[in-house]
Design a protein around this ligand. Structure first.
Ligand SMILES: *[C@@H]1O[C@H](CO)[C@@H](O)[C@H](O)[C@H]1NC(C)=O
Ligand SMILES: *[C@@H]1O[C@H](CO)[C@@H](O)[C@H](O)[C@H]1NC(C)=O
Ligand SMILES: *[C@@H]1O[C@H](CO)[C@@H](O)[C@H](O)[C@H]1NC(C)=O
Length: 309
């Protein structure tokens, strides 16, 4: 080898060997990465694939989200999207006619039991991910053939407090999901881990300075959706969400809270929740935080449009 003929063979070969060792180390990490060894990955973080050798840009491995586990197999969620469309349940969606645009996105996200049937022109027809609150699970179970059979390509991500989601037989919502997964083996049902739930609380604390529990609030499904989407998507278009000042603005539109059912006016509902001393969602506070995220991530809020910067 050329190295050995040089003036300082020992030093050079030490360097060469070090490089070789480092390279082999990276290669081994890379191989572990291929088989998804959770320990190695969680140490390296999710961006590891970018600097490990032989990382193919064509065959990008699916991102693994360890905070979400399959209700039956306990496997973590794999999800990696380019442009995501997150469709709000708001009455703002009625008459927007953005269905075809939404359906052209690489991943389409919906929340809770928001329907597409009969609303395709406004909200689109495809659903790739549905983020669902523990309180909305009974609504899915009212129509299980539709949610878990007809639309079995949809990934369900359920969030809820530990008392309802515990896996020891005492979590009532977890039990319902387990049963649904047994009846519908093709259903892709994932639950948010306890650790991930605390992480989402931690994000609220970090962004608002307030402890979620002490301030008497529940996080919204939108909150959990955006946190996962920021990890899974390269870009996000959010349709139909109003901003934090919308209800005080001059061009505000009076619409129902949900596009698919009559009911209380959206702004009335927002204000009621924002001021509830206990048990409300801080929808307006959350929107202020979303606007902040939109400055750091590729997030566009549209219909109605937000101006962020
Ligand atoms: C999903 O449903 C279709 C028809 O409803 C069925 O043919 C297919 O096998 C199901 N997929 C899985 C993974 O169960
Ligand atoms: C809102 O934003 C979309 C896309 O960014 C744009 O096409 C549309 O013209 C905007 N609408 C208004 C009312 O500004
Ligand atoms: C919030 O929404 C209102 C009403 O659509 C709009 O007038 C205002 O410019 C928006 N503010 C921001 C910061 O996007």
């Amino acid at each position: 080898m050329k190295v050995l003929n040089c003036e300082q063979p020992e030093r050079k070969s030490v360097i060469a060997v070090s490089f070789l060792v480092a390279f082999l180390f990276l290669l081994i990490l890379r191989l572990f990465h291929e088989v998804d060894l959770p320990l190695v990955l969680s140490c390296l973080g999710q961006s590891s694939a970018k600097w490990l050798p032989f990382s193919s840009t064509h065959r990008r491995p699916l991102r693994t989200h360890y905070g979400y586990t399959h209700v039956k197999t306990q496997e973590p969620l794999h999800l990696d999207c380019d442009l995501c469309a997150i469709v709000s349940n708001s009455g703002q969606m009625a008459g927007q006619k953005v269905g075809p645009e939404i359906d052209r996105s690489s991943c389409i996200w919906r929340m809770n039991n928001a329907p597409t049937k009969g609303y395709e022109e406004d909200v689109g027809r495809k659903t790739m991910i549905r983020v669902v609150s523990h309180t909305s699970v009974p609504l899915l179970l009212k129509n299980p053939d539709y949610f878990f059979k007809e639309t079995n390509s949809t990934i369900y991500v359920i969030w809820g407090p530990f008392r309802n989601m515990r896996k020891d037989g005492n979590g009532i919502v977890y039990n319902m999901l387990r049963k649904a997964a047994d009846i519908y083996p093709g259903a892709q049902i994932y639950v948010t881990t306890e650790k991930r739930m605390s992480y989402c609380d931690g994000v609220f604390k970090k962004e608002t300075g307030k402890d979620r529990v002490q301030s008497g609030t529940y996080l919204s499904t939108g909150w959990f959706t955006l946190i996962l989407a920021m990890d899974a998507c390269y870009g996000i278009h959010v349709y139909g969400m109003i901003n934090d000042t919308y209800c005080k603005s001059e061009d505000f539109r009076k619409v129902p809270y949900h596009y698919y059912e009559p009911g209380r006016d959206e702004c009335d509902e927002y204000i009621l929740h924002e001021n509830a001393p206990y048990g409300g969602h801080r929808f307006i506070t959350e929107k202020k935080v979303f606007a902040k995220w939109a400055k750091k991530h590729k997030i566009i809020f549209t219909h109605p449009n937000w101006t962020v910067s």
